[in-house]
Design a protein. Structure first.
Length: 277
C-alpha cells in the first residue's frame, strides 16, 4: 500500500483519538467519544497491517486476537468503581508499547547502518528496507521522533502506573487537638470495595507542632462480602492546609503497600497513592 495512504490514515486516527479524549471529559459525550477511539484504533491497525513494511500477517493476527480477547475479559469483569484503574492500566501498556517501538526502531537503524557498511543493504526487507532508502536528514528527523516517542511513552507508563494505585477518599469525621487528633475516611478501593480508614495522630515533639507519628487501621468490605484489614502506622507532616502521611500497610490478603496520603483540611478530601512491595 502507498505510503501516502498510510500517513493519511494515521493523521485521521490521531484526530479521532484527540476527539475521543476530549469527549471523555463529559458524561453525555463519553459514549460517542469511545466510538471515536474504537474507529481510530481500528483504522491505525488496518493501515499498519497493509502499509509499507508490513509482514508477519499470521503472527500479527494472533496478537490482535489475543489482545482483543484479554481486553474483552478484563472490561467485562471490571466493576464500575474499578474503571479508573482499568483505564490507567491500559494507558500504562500504551506507554510501554511506545517505548518498545522506539528501542526496536533504533536497533533496526543500527542494523541498517551495518548492512550499508557491508554492502548488503539491497538484501534488506520490511522496515529495514524503508530505513535504508532514507536520506541523512530523514534519518535525523526519525531519531528525533524516536526520542520523543520513548520519552513520552516513559512518562505515560510511569504516570499511569502511579495513577493505577491512586485512591481518592472523603473525610467522614475529623477532630484535631494540641496533642494530635483523629481522622476517619471512607472510600472505594478497587478489589477491596468500600474502605474505612482511621488515623490517630500524635505530636511526638512539642517543639515541632506540624509533624509527628500516627497509628490506625484500614478495613475493606468487597462487593462479594470479602473482608480485608490492615494495621497502619507511619509519620505525618502538615504544610498549610495539607497533611501528608507516609505509612507501611500489611493487608490481611498478603499484600504489603507503601502508602502516601495527602489530606486537604479545607476540602476534607484525601488522596492516597499505593506502591506495592
Amino acid at each position: 500500500m502507498d505510503l501516502g495512504f498510510t500517513t493519511a490514515a494515521y493523521v485521521v486516527a490521531a484526530i479521532l483519538f484527540i476527539l475521543s479524549l476530549g469527549g471523555l471529559s463529559g458524561q453525555e459525550s463519553a459514549k460517542r467519544a469511545v466510538w471515536y477511539g474504537i474507529v481510530g484504533m481500528a483504522l491505525a491497525v488496518f493501515a499498519t497491517l497493509i502499509g509499507p513494511g508490513s509482514g508477519l500477517w499470521f503472527f500479527s493476527i494472533i496478537l490482535i486476537a489475543g489482545g482483543g480477547i484479554i481486553g474483552y475479559m478484563l472490561a467485562s469483569r471490571v466493576e464500575m468503581t474499578q474503571m479508573p484503574e482499568l483505564v490507567a492500566g491500559m494507558h500504562a501498556l500504551v506507554g510501554l508499547a511506545a517505548v518498545f517501538v522506539g528501542f526496536i526502531a533504533d536497533f533496526e537503524m543500527g542494523n541498517v547502518a551495518l548492512a550499508k557498511e557491508a554492502g548488503t543493504a539491497k538484501e534488506l526487507t520490511g522496515f529495514a528496507a524503508l530505513i535504508a532508502k532514507k536520506s541523512a536528514i530523514e534519518l535525523s528527523i526519525l531519531r528525533v521522533e524516536l526520542f520523543l516517542g520513548v520519552f513520552i511513552g516513559s512518562i505515560t507508563f510511569t504516570g499511569s502506573v502511579i495513577a493505577y494505585g491512586k485512591l481518592s477518599g472523603k473525610v467522614t469525621s475529623i477532630s484535631l487537638t494540641d496533642q494530635g487528633g483523629v481522622i476517619n475516611v471512607s472510600s472505594k478501593a478497587g478489589r477491596y470495595g468500600k474502605v474505612f480508614l482511621t488515623y490517630n495522630l500524635r505530636r511526638d515533639n512539642p517543639n515541632f507542632g506540624s509533624q509527628g507519628s500516627f497509628t490506625g487501621r484500614g478495613v475493606g468490605i468487597a462487593d462479594d462480602g470479602t473482608r480485608n484489614s490492615a494495621p497502619r502506622q507511619g509519620v505525618w507532616k502538615r504544610d498549610g492546609n495539607i497533611i501528608t502521611f507516609h505509612s507501611l500497610d500489611d493487608v490481611t490478603d498478603g499484600n504489603r503497600n507503601f502508602c502516601i496520603s495527602k489530606l486537604n483540611l479545607t476540602e476534607e478530601t484525601l488522596e492516597m497513592t499505593f506502591y506495592p512491595f
